[in-house]
Each structure stands twice: as structure tokens, then as C-alpha cells.
Ligand binder design. Structure first.
Ligand code: ARG
Length: 473
């Protein structure tokens, strides 16, 4: 088959070169956005007189057909046609002959592929955003159920201070909120139209880039054709957003993997989301969480891979850029797979309340509250710190808790202590004593939960209105 670009060639392409240079095996998933872009382009060509209205209408209708054929797997792909753009255009020419041969007027595959990628990434951002919202919803739902549970908070994975269990769940909501903000910010730069930048320099033809930008829901046409035809910043930004989502997911997964060990025993995962061992009959493994943690590596590798791809690349388009899709698609698919499963695990897990309570008094979670009690009694902070440190050592020697020391013992260490000290000792008292804004105490957590409930009822997924269907005149 002769190539669309074959005019100046006297030899057929070596089949191994065709195999080496093809991208249809992975860019076929751009088919629908490619068709949307081409329909907008055809409408614009009609408006500026480069196609007749009747030609544009038949091009748009034929592109609709081709889109359905591709969606139902009826259009055969062949490596000799290289990529999705050539497949769609060839199918159009087969249907419409010379009218089909006019579609590529005033554009190049370079602005076309950049446009496709931006349309695809915009949808991907909206999808990831809505999945993140579902995950936040799951944590908010859990929070209402777990308002009676106190958990140890850790630093250095050593018991530190107690917090209400929902303080943990809402901490994840905050992390995912920042992820959603980052996606929204990235979306602004994704949403600038490359279409009409043509190969690199624009065109001498009277195209209307404003019109195609509007038809495709872009906020504006890109100002510089050289820049936009070589720009993949938006993909790197998107993959960086995904990397942080993966970091947050992996922290959560790791925490719960730890918490469902026999050693911790804080949480029980639902049977449907755990798996067994082929040799050890007792095992119930948190494989879903382990794979969420493991897949973070895959997701995180996309942005550095893309940065390496663009480093030192001369302007404008270079074929190297064809590799960009592989990294982004893989990271996107992997994030989606994790986010699809995560809410069910969040909702389905049960806190092992008895077990948590039974061991809550271990580890001196009330030591800092005792020190703060001393500060309120006029003891300088550093002195209070040392005093409580000595009391903890005393308790360790006797094998008891701070609350089990007598008033006399406590006063021997620090005469400022009164009998109201027993109102701050013990973990329940210690968590009640946490009152600062954003703290893990009950009042703060209830306030956070109220804010999150409100946000979840008003929060809309990112999807912004896109202006019009480009197939309509
Ligand atoms: N398949 C190519 C890519 O993904 C499309 C653009 C090719 N442009 C070109 N002039 N060879 O980057």
C-alpha cells in the first residue's frame, strides 16, 4: 500500500521499519478523541471556505461511522498505516475519495497528536478526579461510624499521642483534596488548543484556530506553534499529579497492611478483598493493599520517564515523542485500577475495637498531655518535659501506667501537681484534652467531619462544560 507521505520515496518501507515505527498498537485508544478533533477541524475548514458545508457534513458523518467501527473492533488495524491518525484518514478517504483527501488541510499529525493527547488527558483528569472524590466519600462515611474509637498516633512508628480514629480518615481526605486541586490546576494548561499549529510553523491557509479551540472545549488556542507542537509539559504535570496520588495511596495501604497484622490487630479487611496462601491454610493476605503499594512504583516511574524523553529534545516535533503515550497510559490505567478498588476496602474494613482498647494504655500516649498540664501549672516546658520523662522511667521500672501512680508519687516528682491531674491522665482523658484547631481531639474531629460532609454534598467532579458537539453545524 502506498503511504500518505510516499510521494518523494522510490523504495517501499522495510517491514521491520514499519514494525519499529508503528504506534497503532498503543495509540488506537486515541481514536475517539482523534475523531472529535477531526470533526472540529472539518467544521472550521467549512467556515473559512476550504471545504463546502456539504463536504464538512459528509466528513463529520463518515468520521462518526469510522468511530463506531473502531469502537466495535470492526476496523482492522495494520502496521503499514503507522498510527491512529493515518487509520482514520485512510478509512475516510476509502469512503469519500477526494473529499476525504481534503481533511488534513491546514494541519499536521504533529498538532493533531498533541490535540488528541490533550483531549484524552483532559478526560483522564476528570475521571481520576471523580474517583478521588469517591474515595474521599468512603473515608467521610467511615468517619461517622468510627467517632467512638481512639487510636494511637505515631511518629517514627512509635506510639506518640492518641487521636480519634476519624482524624486518620480525614487526614487522607485532605491529601486527596490537594491531589484534586493539583489536577484542576494541571487541567488549565492541558486545556489550551494545539490544533492549527500544523507541523511547527502554522500555515498560510486562512484557518480559524479560535473556532476549533471553542468547538473542542479548549479555553484558547496556543499562542506559539513551535512551542505547542513540541510541548509535553502537560503530560509530565499530569503524571506528577498521579505520582502524588500514588504516594498517598501507598501510605494508606502500608498503614493498613501494618494494622491488619497479628502484631497490631487494629483492623480487619473484608474477605472479598483479601486472598489466601497456597500452602499456609491460616493465611489471609492483604494483597490488594500490597499491590496498591507496589503499583505506586509503576505510577511514579511515568513522570521521570517522560522527563528523560524530553530532556534536550530540540524543537519542535521529534518522533521520540511518540513514546510519551506509553508512559502516561500505563500510569493512568494503574491509578484508575487502584482507585476503583480503594473505596470498597475503606468501607468494608472493620476496626477491632476491643483489641484497640485493650492495648490503648500501653506506650504512655498521655505523657505529652501530662507535660502540658504542668505547663498550665506554671512549670517551664523543658522542666515539665524532664519531669514527665522521669515519671515515665519510674513507671517502666514498676511496670505501671502514669495514671496508676499515686498523687504522692506524682507530687514527689513535681509539687505543682494537684489531684485534678487524674483528669488528664489515661488515654481517653488525653485525647479529650486535645482542643487546638485541627487537632485529633473529639471537638476538632467533629468539626472537621462537619466540613467534609458539607464538601461532599456540594463537591462536583471537575468536568467543566465543553462547548458544543463539534459534529453539529
Ligand atoms: N504517531 C505519531 C506520534 O505518536 C504521530 C505524529 C507523527 N508525526 C510525524 N511527523 N511523523 O507522535
Amino acid at each position: 500500500m502506498s503511504k500518505a507521505w510516499g510521494g518523494r520515496f522510490s523504495q517501499a518501507t522495510d517491514p521491520r521499519v514499519e514494525q519499529f515505527t508503528e504506534s497503532i498498537s498503543f495509540d488506537a485508544r486515541l481514536a475517539q478523541v482523534d475523531i472529535r478533533g477531526s470533526q472540529a477541524h472539518a467544521r472550521m475548514l467549512a467556515k473559512v471556505g476550504l471545504l463546502t458545508d456539504a463536504e464538512a457534513t459528509s466528513v463529520c458523518a463518515a468520521l462518526d461511522d469510522i468511530g463506531s467501527e473502531i469502537a466495535s473492533g470492526k476496523l482492522p488495524f495494520q502496521t503499514s498505516l503507522e498510527d491512529i491518525h493515518m487509520h482514520v484518514e485512510t478509512a475516510l478517504i476509502q469512503r469519500l475519495g477526494d473529499v476525504g483527501r481534503k481533511l488534513h488541510t491546514g494541519r499536521s499529525r504533529n498538532d493533531q497528536v498533541a490535540t488528541d493527547l490533550k483531549l484524552y488527558t483532559r478526560d483522564a483528569i476528570d475521571h481520576v478526579d471523580s474517583l478521588l472524590m469517591e474515595l474521599q466519600r468512603a473515608f467521610v462515611e467511615r468517619s461517622a461510624e468510627d467517632l467512638d474509637v481512639v487510636l494511637p498516633g505515631y511518629t517514627h512508628l512509635q506510639r506518640a499521642q492518641p487521636v480519634m480514629a476519624p482524624h486518620y480518615w480525614l487526614a487522607y481526605c485532605e491529601k486527596f483534596a490537594r491531589d484534586r486541586e493539583r489536577l484542576a490546576d494541571c487541567r488549565k494548561r492541558v486545556n489550551i488548543s494545539p490544533l492549527g499549529a500544523a507541523a511547527l510553523a502554522g500555515t498560510s491557509l486562512p484557518i480559524d484556530r479560535q473556532m476549533t479551540a471553542e468547538l473542542l472545549g479548549f479555553s484558547a488556542p496556543a499562542a506559539n506553534s513551535l512551542d505547542v507542537s513540541s510541548d509535553r509539559d502537560f503530560l509530565i504535570e499530569f503524571c506528577n499529579c498521579l505520582a502524588l496520588i500514588a504516594a498517598h495511596l501507598s501510605t494508606w495501604a502500608d498503614e493498613w497492611i501494618l494494622w491488619c497484622t497479628t502484631e497490631f490487630g487494629y483492623i480487619k479487611l473484608p474477605d472479598a478483598y483479601t486472598t489466601g496462601s497456597s500452602i499456609m491454610p491460616q493465611k489471609r493476605n492483604p494483597d490488594v493493599l500490597e499491590l496498591i503499594r507496589g503499583k505506586a512504583a509503576r505510577i511514579m516511574s511515568a513522570a521521570p520517564r517522560l522527563l528523560t524523553l524530553v530532556k534536550g529534545l530540540p524543537m519542535a516535533y521529534n518522533r521520540d515523542l511518540q513514546e510519551d503515550k506509553l508512559a502516561m497510559f500505563d500510569a493512568y490505567d494503574t491509578v484508575v485500577a487502584c482507585l476503583d478498588l480503594a473505596p470498597a476496602v475503606v468501607i468494608g474494613a472493620t476496626l477491632q475495637r476491643e483489641r484497640i482498647t485493650a492495648r490503648l494504655e500501653e506506650g504512655f500516649l498521655d505523657a505529652t498531655t501530662l507535660m502540658e498540664y504542668l505547663i498550665r501549672r506554671g512549670v517551664p516546658m523543658r522542666t515539665g518535659h524532664e519531669t514527665v520523662g522521669k515519671l515515665v522511667r519510674e513507671c517502666e521500672g514498676r511496670g505501671c501506667r502514669l495514671a496508676q501512680l499515686s498523687l504522692a508519687d506524682l507530687q514527689a516528682a513535681c509539687p505543682q501537681i494537684g489531684d485534678d491531674v487524674f483528669g488528664v491522665l489515661g488515654v481517653q482523658n488525653a485525647v479529650r484534652a486535645l482542643t487546638s484547631f485541627g487537632s485529633g481531639g473529639r471537638a476538632s474531629v467533629e468539626q472537621q467531619l462537619a466540613v467534609w460532609r458539607e464538601r461532599m454534598t456540594t463537591s462536583q467532579p471537575l468536568r467543566m462544560p465543553t462547548s458544543g458537539n463539534p459534529t453539529l453545524p
